[in-house]
Design a protein around this ligand. Structure first.
Ligand SMILES: Cc1cc2nc3c(=O)[nH]c(=O)nc-3n(C[C@H](O)[C@H](O)[C@H](O)COP(=O)(O)O)c2cc1C
Length: 153
């Protein structure tokens, strides 16, 4: 299964650690949105899209990439993120990103999220929240998620 993982991880590399764990299971390279050749994405069987969550959304560089993609009928995709907090019921970031991808013709088959060390400015005086995340249990959960993707093929 030819797989690519597209990841923006600008804050602490939290999401990148998740991406590398998933990529290790799926035997997939992890690339930055800026280095994606958008016309080549249909060559892949599965493409993962992930970033940290900023102001209740995936990173703008990832969203801009997805918005710029040509229609990709039937390519399978998944989304992943790390964030200080779980998704609140009024802002389903993963669902919103999945919908963007579906509008580009992707078939979104899964999503994964875990906590990441969060140094948004109100939390900086105390060294941030969720220090040490993603932790080994988060990375194990990411690998388990990747195995469910393999099992679907
Ligand atoms: C400016 C800023 C805004 C953030 N906004 C949110 C947010 O809305 N919700 C949330 O749960 N975490 C938020 N976070 C925490 C990040 O999502 C978290 O640190 C994430 O793991 C960063 O991933 P990265 O290291 O891969 O960039 C924010 C962090 C920063 C610095």
């Amino acid at each position: 299964m030819k797989t690519l993982i597209v990841c923006t991880s600008v804050s602490h590399g939290n999401t990148r650690r998740v991406a590398e764990a998933v990529g290790g299971v799926l035997n997939a390279p992890v690339v930055d949105p800026d280095s994606v050749a958008v016309d080549d994405l249909h060559d892949y069987d599965l493409v993962g899209f992930g970033s940290g969550i900023f102001n209740m959304a995936f990173h703008p560089r990832l969203r801009d990439l997805v918005a710029s993609l040509p229609h990709s009928q039937g390519t399978t995709a998944f989304v992943f993120s790390s964030s200080g907090f779980p998704e609140p019921p009024f802002a389903r970031y993963s669902r919103t990103m999945a919908k963007l991808l579906e509008q580009r013709g992707f078939d979104v088959v899964g999503s994964f999220s875990c906590r990441g060390h969060d140094t948004w400015w109100p939390f900086k005086p105390v060294g941030g929240l969720k220090k040490g995340r993603p932790n080994p249990a988060d990375i194990d959960a990411a690998r388990a998620f990747a195995k469910t993707l393999l099992a679907q093929r």
